[in-house]
Ligand binder design. Structure first.
Ligand code: XMP
Length: 525
């Protein structure tokens, strides 16, 4: 299973689980997570997956996701109709429902207008899918077309003001369709509906636990790696930390971690990482002090993309040099997560336009002739945190906020100097310290400082100052793709501002960033 790029994850060993066919819905990952929250395994595959592969996967149920298309669009996603003869229950959501309706020869009414928003719906409670739910409740609708004439063998099991068929069922083949989104919180009974599908209709059991995941993963890694050695680039972030601890359990001394100190890290980070891994976990950790090399290459560079490229390239070189010194290495470990796997095969695919070049070790394995080990590639971020807890990592580690690969370089607007780095490290330390004490840290996706190279006039004691500014950036987000600026209480902001200006020489002004993403981005560069 390890390292099967774009391959199909085999669920047969779990004997239960739900296969989600991705018709391009913005909610596809949410469906998968909602199912996993019920302790049932779920995987997402594109509509190009073959019936043969589905049989190998052996799912307990199949969900067709929603999608932006109309079934009448040219090139609208479709699926092999033999899927309905597998004897596996099927649930279609929005586009998924219309696709079922059309392929079973019902009539789908084309509508140019999109219905989007909350609607009250009446459920027919006699149906298994709606067992135990409030018969009249709010759902989130988002669709263009709707079912007109039902296909043969189907009956309507819910109605709304807009349609007599807001959900349908074919009892003979156990096929269901819903016109609304059960996976979003706005659908009041959504959780129960999904639970009914999983447990009453598909007969799933609650076997997806992080403990069972860890046990299976350790065995799988041992089998894949054999007697060879593995290297891993540690960043101190949640993903690489959890990967390292998990692989250490599987491989012991045959795991070698390389931690590159690029001089762009948070205050005290090197000592923290060394203490945890060397002293506590006792794994083989090699710290490379490459501060001078990075800072020299970044001297006078102000263009954000250039900064990112330089850092990425030097990182790869430093990492490669260090790993060549370790013998018997045949594998490189990476902290790839399931959302990356899903995105790499989305149906409507194609890499989106590069806004910022992300720094990662993607180019390394090919260059160094290494195979990949990706112990977390089946997991969502919240599951990685759970694995961390299961592996007895402190909350302080598993609850860490994301930190970008290029580090503080993208939080210093303009040229990077040692003085600016020191100022930002101190400011960031104060912001995080107060955020934690005032219980703001765990409520934000990220909260940090940004160094602004502009200078402004201030007064300290009786003297005039002419110094730089620090911006406080705080956002809430689910996945970093979109974000809202976080409404931090004024007194917390005030405390941060006071401490930064009073304690850090070179700063006489603090501002608060009130922009959301889009149109801004989270990091300033
Ligand atoms: P932006 O600034 O694009 O950031 O809104 C979105 C999220 O990604 C993080 N980020 C990075 N993470 N390497 C990373 O591993 C990078 O080069 C990088 N750049 C941004 C950022 O902190 C935020 O969580």
């Amino acid at each position: 299973m390890e390292g099967m790029r774009r391959g199909v994850i085999n669920m047969a060993e779990n004997k239960e689980g739900i296969l989600i066919i991705d018709f391009g819905s913005q909610y596809v990952q949410l469906i998968a997570r909602r199912i996993r929250e019920q302790r049932v395994h779920s995987i997402v595959e594109p509509p190009t997956i073959s019936i043969k592969k589905i049989k190998e996967i052996n799912p307990s149920g199949i969900i067709f996701s929603g999608g932006p298309s109309s079934v009448y669009d040219k090139g609208a996603p479709s699926f092999d109709k033999r899927v309905f003869d597998l004897g596996v229950p099927v649930l279609g959501i929005c586009y998924g429902m219309q696709f079922i309706g059309k392929s079973m020869k019902g009539n789908i009414i084309k509508s140019g207008k999109r219905e989007y928003g909350r609607t009250i719906i009446r459920f027919k409670r006699r149906n298994k899918l709606f067992k135990g739910i409030n018969p009249k409740s709010v759902v989130l609708m988002s669709h263009r077309d709707k079912v007109g004439r039902l296909p043969k063998g189907f009956s309507s099991i819910a109605l709304s003001e807009n349609t007599k068929c807001a959900a349908f069922h074919n009892p003979k083949q156990d096929i269901y369709g819903v016109q609304f989104h059960p996976e979003v919180v706005h659908t009041e009974e959504g959780k129960k509906i999904l639970r009914n599908f999983l447990f009453d209709i598909c007969g799933c059991k609650k076997t997806w636990t992080m403990k069972s995941f860890i046990d299976k993963k350790i065995k799988a890694v041992q089998e894949r790696v054999g007697d060879k050695d593995v290297i891993l680039g540690l960043s101190g972030g949640v993903d690489s930390t959890v990967s390292a601890v998990l692989l250490h359990k599987a491989l012991g001394e045959r795991l070698h971690c390389i931690f590159v100190d690029n001089g762009l890290l948070r205050k005290g980070e090197v000592e923290r990482v060394e203490k945890l891994f060397k002293k506590n976990i006792k794994l083989d950790l090699i710290t490379i002090d490459a501060r001078k090399r990075f800072l020299k290459a970044l001297k006078d560079v102000t263009d954000p993309e250039k900064k990112r490229k330089i850092i990425g390239e030097i990182f790869i070189r430093v990492f490669e040099e260090a790993s060549k010194k370790i013998k018997n290495v045949k594998f490189l470990a990476q902290g790839t997560l399931y959302p990356d796997v899903i995105e790499s095969h989305t149906f409507f695919g194609g890499p989106s336009k590069v806004i910022k070049s992300h720094h990662n070790v993607g180019g390394l394995p090919k260059k160094m002739g290494l195979k990949l080990v990706e112990p977390l590639r089946d997991l969502f971020k919240d599951e990685v945190r759970e694995v961390g807890k299961e592996l007895a990592l402190a909350d302080e580690l598993t609850g860490r906020q994301p930190f970008p690969g290029p580090g503080l370089a993208v939080r210093i607007v303009g040229a990077i100097t040692e003085k600016r780095l020191n100022i930002l490290q101190e400011a960031d330390w104060i912001i995080i310290d107060i955020a934690k004490k005032r219980k703001v840290y765990s409520k934000t996706w990220q909260i940090f400082g940004v160094f602004l190279p502009i200078r402004s006039v201030g007064v300290m004691g009786d003297a005039r100052t002419y110094e730089n500014a620090i911006a406080i950036r705080a956002v809430t987000s689910v996945d970093g793709m979109t974000a809202d600026w976080a409404k931090i209480p004024y007194d917390v902001l005030g405390e941060m501002s006071n401490r930064i200006i009073n304690q850090i020489e070179g700063v006489n002004r603090v501002v608060f960033d009130i922009s959301s993403k889009p149109p801004s981005t989270i990091e300033w560069e």
